[in-house]
Write a protein that binds this ligand. Structure first.
Ligand code: AMP
Length: 417
């Protein structure tokens, strides 16, 4: 609907501004993708919800359920030789057969940012910070970043000899907060009592005192080589983000997992108190580009849910700042002046003023009534008498005042604040 479409485009514009502020270049990827590509690492949850079909050429295809696989393929192929770091963003619609409910749709929009080529914590910090910038540009308040690290959980499970398949099942359950079921699977796969104890403790560890929580996690996993390295990386990222002037609100969650299987490091989601669904989600994925045949390319990215950010601005009654709020309607007093009205409208548009021309040949009073109903700020009335003097009537609809203005001065008058 027009109001929603307007709001959605405003959020999209904020995402584009964010991309510009951080130096991300736009790419446009296909809506219809190879099934193999998008299914490869999407994770069971997303895979089961894809819109999949066979095209007329007998290929199995799917409506894209997310962007990252398409971007990673590009980086593995056409953009293979681009110097790193490579910063890319895309905006568009995605499709998942989710159960429709508040903030959950079968067709939804994302702005998606990927930073390719750096494994350093400042790259992870950048993705968190640009997301913070977008939330701020959208005018949101009291939002928080829930941050975890897949490397800690996978590090422990790998150390215990769990297969990747088992690990993926555990992550899916953890993502859905089914911690007991997840730990049961680990137990049945033959994990040590110590591992079960560590996992049990990790899943209940979360809060805003990140230094304290991460110190405890570090002690817990000190015997698990790669998990221990992961905690160090986790600490560095949190430190970098926390020390910026913005100081985004961070909740560290040691038992946090995300459904997509390609994550290898830091993962995060953004929430506001008014909604219990995530506004954005992302993380580090160091092996995806390689999986698609490219050079080993460490990467970190984020997807911002445009529909959900819209919903959040509505929940928080955010005033999105718009440019010059003037809207103009040009009304001829009779049909002989229709051509003059069009000419004046075109002249204003060429000067970047938004104009609606009266095309119904309604009487001036009727047109004014309509302009008022639709919140038009200024009406230009084109009449014979004024035209002879090279002028028109400019009516300020809010102040209910009108003055005669020379046509040559119209643009200037309308552009002045
Ligand atoms: P994901 O691609 O699953 O990491 O999701 C990233 C973001 O996309 C989420 O945080 C949501 O904001 C948005 N999103 C995911 N699924 C949906 C959906 N079914 N409807 C609306 N937004 C969604």
């Amino acid at each position: 609907m027009p109001e929603e479409a307007k709001l959605m485009r405003q959020i999209e514009e904020k995402a584009r501004r964010t991309a510009k502020l951080y130096g991300y270049k736009e790419i446009i990827t296909p809506v219809v993708e190879s099934y193999e590509l998008v299914a490869a690492k999407a994770g069971e949850e997303v895979r089961a919800r894809m819109f999949t079909f066979e095209d007329l050429g007998g290929r199995k295809v799917a409506l894209r359920p997310e962007f990252t696989a398409s971007v990673a393929r590009l980086v593995a192929t056409a953009l293979r030789n681009e110097p790193k770091p490579l910063r890319l963003f895309c905006i568009g619609s995605l499709y998942r057969y989710d159960e429709p409910q508040k903030g959950r749709f079968r067709e939804f929009w994302q702005s998606n940012f990927e930073l390719m080529g750096s494994e350093k914590p400042e790259a992870d910090a950048e993705v968190l910070l640009l997301t913070n910038t977008l939330m701020k540009l959208a005018g949101l308040k009291n939002y928080a970043f829930k941050v975890g690290h897949i490397g800690v959980l996978r590090g422990i499970l790998s150390h215990e000899g769990m297969t990747e398949e088992t690990q993926n099942r555990v992550m899916q359950l953890m993502d859905k907060k089914q911690h007991e079921d997840a730990i049961t699977i680990v137990k049945e796969a033959g994990a040590s009592a110590k591992c079960l104890d560590v996992l049990q403790k990790l899943v209940s560890m979360q809060g805003s005192d990140s230094a304290k929580i991460l110190a405890t996690v570090e002690n817990l996993v000190e015997d698990y080589g790669t998990a221990s390295d992961a905690v160090k990386n986790f600490k560095e990222i949190i430190k970098l983000v926390s020390e910026t002037p913005e100081k985004p609100k961070i909740i560290v969650d040691a038992g946090f997992a995300r459904g997509l299987e390609y994550y290898t490091g830091m993962i995060f989601e953004v929430y506001i108190p008014e909604l219990d669904i995530a506004l954005a989600g992302g993380g580090r994925y160091n092996r995806l580009v390689e999986l698609f045949g490219g050079e080993p390319t460490p990467a970190v990215g984020v997807a911002h849910g445009i529909d959900r950010i819209m919903l959040a601005t509505q929940e928080q009654k955010t005033e999105l700042k718009t440019e010059n709020g003037k809207s103009v309607m040009v009304v001829p007093v009779n049909e002989n002046l229709a051509g003059e009205a069009l000419k004046i409208s075109e002249m204003l548009r060429a000067e970047n003023v938004s104009v609606e021309t009266e095309v119904m040949r309604r009487k001036v009073a009727k047109a004014l009534e309509d302009a008022d109903r639709r919140g038009i700020s200024h009406v230009i009335i084109v009449g014979e008498r004024e035209l002879k003097e090279g002028a028109v009537i400019l009516r300020d609809m809010h102040k209910k005042e009108q003055t005669k203005v020379k046509i040559e001065n119209l643009t200037e008058t309308l552009k002045s604040p």
